[in-house]
Design a protein around this ligand. Structure first.
Ligand code: RM4
Ligand code: MN
Ligand code: MN
Length: 396
């Protein structure tokens, strides 16, 4: 790498921040079972403590995504405790994720439920999340719906679409301009015939109908195999409707594997579309980078650090694409030259430059090694193992 390239990597790293999920530190599993880890976080305090450790070692994860229900057992009243924990562990509260999929009443849906009293209940619960976001100064309320049906003919798809529009509109009306509503789509699971918000087009239409503060959230695991995610990203950017990401990798379905473990070039191409857009428009894409992963087998804190390091690496590689040359090659249809610009950037080893950037920031050059040396894992294993050997019944 020449000095100019190192400079580009440094500039990219200066602004790149990524949010970690509270549920990434807790015991999670598959629908077949859970393998409990002795060091898993079981309380909100432990999640903040683990996230604080990741942030102190990487320096780029200043916020923690929170799940209402799992992290707010007392709803809005838990907000004071969250503020105190965030100060104690040096990590701010991040996006607020209401849970509209675990309670028995949501068996046939939340915003799409044919029973108006259940839709009202879901709406009230989401409004509580807005109040929490206000209290904590969180910018984004991030919505994912499990709503759908399992068998043809069992649901009125058009009515459900209308109920979604109505509920989302009512939510947006409550939000001032400093807040955003992020709408996440997913093609299937838990519903296996139709899902109400199944793809980016549906999420886009609903977000448009909802109001000016609504944007689309792209969870990289929520696509059919071989779908061109970076094209979706480019389209949402050009429509000013891309709100953020839930990063994870996948091979078959919504596998929630660590970022870049299966297809790092895919993540690189997503970052490339964003950085190319920023270069071309001389503006910054207002995008929240977040992780949404479930670390079933890997150690949870190691898996999170590994993900953050991978994200920095792929973002830095994307920042090495020579946009000027790329624009020229594209306009003249010089296919091999254009494609090579991406491939050359992807092939560049940016790790030495990232290590130097970390050192310049007073951070450990190798956060993973620093974590292993820190003794943190041994300490929490001793503190948490007795309790974690008892089988937990809920998802987290
Ligand atoms: C979904 C989706 C949401 C997450 C839930 C638990 O598949 O990715 O973001 O909150 O899982
Ligand atoms: Mn997600
Ligand atoms: Mn998911």
């Amino acid at each position: 790498m020449d000095a100019h390239q190192v400079e580009r990597v440094y500039r990219a790293l200066e602004t790149f921040r990524i949010e970690v999920p509270s549920w990434g530190f807790a015991n999670t599993g598959t629908r077949f079972g859970k393998f409990l880890q002795p060091a898993a976080a079981a309380t909100v305090e432990e999640k903040f403590s683990d996230a604080g450790t990741v942030h102190s070692l990487t320096g780029v994860c200043p916020t923690l995504a929170l799940h209402v229900l799992w992290d707010f057992p007392n709803g809005v009243d838990s907000a004071a405790e969250i503020t105190a924990l965030s100060e104690r562990y040096g990590v701010g509260p991040g996006s607020i994720n209401p849970n509209l999929f675990e309670e028995q009443i949501y068996k046939f849906g939340s915003f799409g439920n044919p029973d108006k009293s259940i839709r009202d209940r879901a709406l009230k619960q989401t409004k509580d999340s807005i109040r929490i976001a206000r209290r904590l100064n969180s910018r984004d309320i991030s919505l994912w719906f499990a709503d759908g049906s399992n068998y043809p003919g069992t649901a009125n798809i058009r009515h459900r679409k209308r109920w979604f529009e109505e509920c989302l509109k009512e939510l947006c009306a409550e939000l001032d301009d400093s807040k955003r509503l992020l709408l996440e789509y997913k093609p299937f699971e838990p519903a296996f015939y139709h899902t109400d918000v199944a793809d980016w087009g549906m999420a886009l239409l609903l977000a448009r109908a909802a109001g000016p503060q609504a944007r689309v959230l792209v969870d990289t695991g929520h696509h059919y195999a071989s779908q061109n995610i970076e094209q979706i990203v480019a389209w949402l950017l050009s429509e000013n409707m891309l709100g953020g990401f839930h990063f994870n990798d996948r091979r078959y379905a919504d596998d929630d594997l660590t970022l870049g473990s299966i297809d790092p070039y895919q993540v690189f191409r997503i970052f490339h579309e964003i950085l190319y857009f920023e270069w071309e428009t001389s503006s910054r894409a207002d995008v929240a980078y977040m992780i949404d992963q479930s670390h079933n087998l890997k150690g949870k804190i190691e898996a999170t650090i590994q993900t953050v390091m991978m994200a920095q690496e792929l973002y830095s590689k994307a920042a090495l694409v020579d946009y000027k040359k790329l624009a020229a090659a594209q306009s003249k249809a010089e296919l091999v030259s254009a494609e090579s610009l991406l491939q050359d950037a992807f092939a560049t080893d940016v790790r030495p430059a990232i290590r130097e950037w970390r050192a310049a920031k007073g951070l450990p050059k190798d956060p993973m090694e620093a974590f292993r040396q820190s003794g943190y894992l041994e300490r929490i294993t001793a503190e948490r193992s007795a309790r974690n050997s008892v089988v937990a019944s809920s998802y987290v």
